[in-house]
Write a protein that binds this ligand. Structure first.
Ligand code: DGL
Length: 251
């Protein structure tokens, strides 16, 4: 059997935002998407719990004939990517990290707000990255953990969502900011909604394009046709993820 598919993994529906970018740019590949929706959100769990879930997921995906695995989840990457690479030295594993480097590159003045899950924000990986880039004095951090559940529930337009965003974003003086980094793939669904609270002068950045670029650099081009096999850990309709991809098409 040829190892020919590219696997995308996330705690739930967030990684579909990364897959969505890959689908546009890799027309000759076939994909597998696994969302661990039964166990979402990961961001409120301990590192050890997240690591165990990610190991189980990658073991599952490994049985499906993959030439690369994308951890389309900042939280999973933070908790488990180093250990996974040790366990699977021959498998290209693309991790995701909040786009702090990109924010640093386009930065000319003002501060940078990094948003992510609780777990990613307290993780060593992100804190080392900020430190290594010499950006400690430039960044602020904000957990938007609840957005994960809003996305999982396909709740993109409710009063409760806007109340939450208002509560979290209104306290900031946005004149002081250059960019906001969406350091969780679930947050990418909410770019338009975030814009209602954040002026156009502030860049809204995410790591999807960087991740797809990295993936492209690691694989040999395939002979597929954008077929996608979907798997999820909870019992649901086989077409469960399609409305999410459709939602992204319309953004
Ligand atoms: N989508 C995830 C991320 O990029 C994790 C969200 C969660 O399950 O808490 O961090």
């Amino acid at each position: 059997m040829l190892a020919n598919k590219i696997a995308f993994f996330d705690s739930g529906v967030g990684g579909l935002t990364t897959l969505h970018v890959a689908l546009q740019q890799l027309p000759n590949e076939d994909f597998i998407y696994f969302g661990d929706c039964l166990n979402a959100p990961y961001g409120v769990k301990t590192t050890e719990e997240i690591r165990n879930l990610v190991f189980d997921a990658v073991e599952f995906l490994q049985k499906h004939n993959c030439k690369a695995i994308v951890l389309a989840c900042n939280t999973a990457t933070s908790a488990a990517v180093n250990q996974l690479r040790e366990k699977y030295p021959n498998l290209p594993i693309v991790g995701m990290e909040p786009a702090v480097k990109l924010a640093g590159k386009i930065h000319d003045s003002g501060r940078i707000l990094i948003t992510a899950t609780d777990s990613t924000l307290r993780g060593q990986k992100l804190n080392e990255l900020i430190h290594d880039l010499n950006m400690d004095d430039l960044v602020d951090v904000l957990s938007l953990q609840e957005l994960v559940l809003f996305a999982e529930k396909f709740e993109f337009d409710s009063p409760a969502l806007f109340d939450y965003l208002k509560l979290k974003l209104e306290p900031f003086n946005w004149d002081e900011y250059n960019s906001i980094v969406l350091g969780c793939t679930h947050f990418n669904y909410f770019k338009n909604q975030l814009r209602k609270f954040i002026p156009e002068t502030v860049h809204i950045l995410d790591g999807n394009q960087g991740t797809v670029n990295r993936l492209k650099s690691l694989i040999k081009e395939g002979e597929g046709s954008r077929q996608i096999e979907f798997y999820l850990s909870k019992k649901a309709d086989p077409d469960y993820f399609l409305p999410f991809l459709k939602y992204l098409d319309n953004q």
